[in-house]
Design a protein around this ligand. Structure first.
Ligand SMILES: Nc1ncnc2c1ncn2[C@@H]1O[C@H](COP(=O)(O)OP(=O)(O)O)[C@@H](O)[C@H]1O
Ligand SMILES: CC(=O)N[C@@H](CCC(=O)OP(=O)(O)O)C(=O)O
Length: 298
């Protein structure tokens, strides 16, 4: 009996959050490192569908970096990165689009639908959702606060893009009809060139365009660590800026925190970085007092 009462207590703990977030949008970035085994993927889908059923509007933006690497390897092609960005020539772009907008996007849509959601797969190309521009080495250096020229590697990234603008009309229409949009980080410019975009950047831009209540990034670490390796449950915009300057935040965490700060500046309520390998990470972060990851507050 006690066990059953505890179960009810857990549901009740979620009540104030369900009330607060009812009707609000939550953009979830599902990183390739968080898509590990099948049971974890099922739990991800259950979490997202539950959010929808209790009245939130989840929007998924997915990555798939490790899965692109695997496919390139199978085809005998070599994955090349410079400053955390995949150098994307025309042949690599074809594979990136096939893996992200094809395989991974469809897999997530299928998972959500099997768990009772009504998911729709998109890329930035659909319905004029996203306009893309080439990402120059200079712009990237500025965004990760590094001087790329100083180490002699300011060469072009190829078909790598940055978000120029988002038109949320299609997403709002889908939300109105109760669909869950699942977005691959691929877009075009006005000339029709296809670009590969870091999924963190796309998630941040979409969260800002939708003025989402929350941006939740699922990755493969517990959240942000301080200089002594201690987990930080809450950080402010200023804390993050200081940590970036000191080099405490580096590598793959840089585009993530930049996307989070941009989203907050664009009107998003809170950004969260959580370990997507923890079962039920999304529900634990959104519906419990303590949360499990790092929240970044404006
Ligand atoms: N201060 C920090 N706190 C936590 N992780 C950090 C920090 N600085 C750098 N990192 C690195 O960022 C990585 C997360 O980025 P990445 O692996 O690119 O994520 P994803 O593939 O999910 O987009 C972590 O594995 C960690 O090595
Ligand atoms: C330009 C660039 O690097 N694009 C990424 C897009 C996928 C991504 O961001 O995937 P994760 O979120 O799993 O890292 C790539 O090609 O790997």
């Amino acid at each position: 009996m006690n066990k059953l009462i505890k179960k009810a207590d857990v549901l009740i703990e979620a009540l104030p959050y369900i009330r607060t977030f009812k009707g609000k949008t939550v953009v979830i970035k599902y990183g390739g490192h968080a898509m590990t085994d099948a049971p974890l993927k099922e739990r991800f889908a259950q979490n997202v569908v539950l959010l929808k059923y209790v009245g939130l509007n989840p929007v998924i933006v997915h990555g798939g970096g490790p899965q692109i690497d695997q496919m390139l390897d199978r085809l005998g092609m070599v994955a090349k990165f410079r400053h955390g960005v995949r150098v994307t020539d025309a042949a690599t772009m074809e594979i990136v689009e096939m893996v992200l907008a094809g395989r991974i996007n469809m897999e997530i849509v299928d998972l959500l639908n099997r768990h009772g959601g009504q998911a729709v797969g998109l890329s930035g190309k659909d319905g004029g959702l996203m306009l893309t521009k080439p990402l120059t080495a200079k712009a990237w250096a500025e965004s990760i606060e590094k001087d790329l020229d100083s180490d002699g590697s300011d060469a072009d990234f190829g078909f790598v893009g940055d978000v120029k603008s988002i038109d949320p009309t299609l997403l709002l229409k889908l939300q109105e009809d109760n669909y869950i949009p699942v977005i691959a980080p691929i877009g075009t410019d006005r000339e029709g060139n296809t670009y590969n975009i870091n999924a963190d950047l796309v998630a941040g831009a979409i969260a800002a365009a939708l003025k989402a209540e929350k941006l939740v990034m699922l990755t493969d670490v517990k959240g942000i660590r301080d200089a002594n390796g201690r987990h930080l449950p809450t950080v402010s915009r200023k804390d993050v800026q200081r940590m970036v300057k000191r080099g405490t935040i580096s590598e793959g965490m840089l585009p993530k925190v930049h996307a989070c700060l941009d989203a907050l500046a664009g009107g998003v309520g809170k950004a969260h970085i959580i370990d997507g390998r923890t079962p039920h990470a999304i529900l634990l972060e959104i519906f419990t007092h303590k949360g499990i990851g790092t929240e970044i507050v404006a």
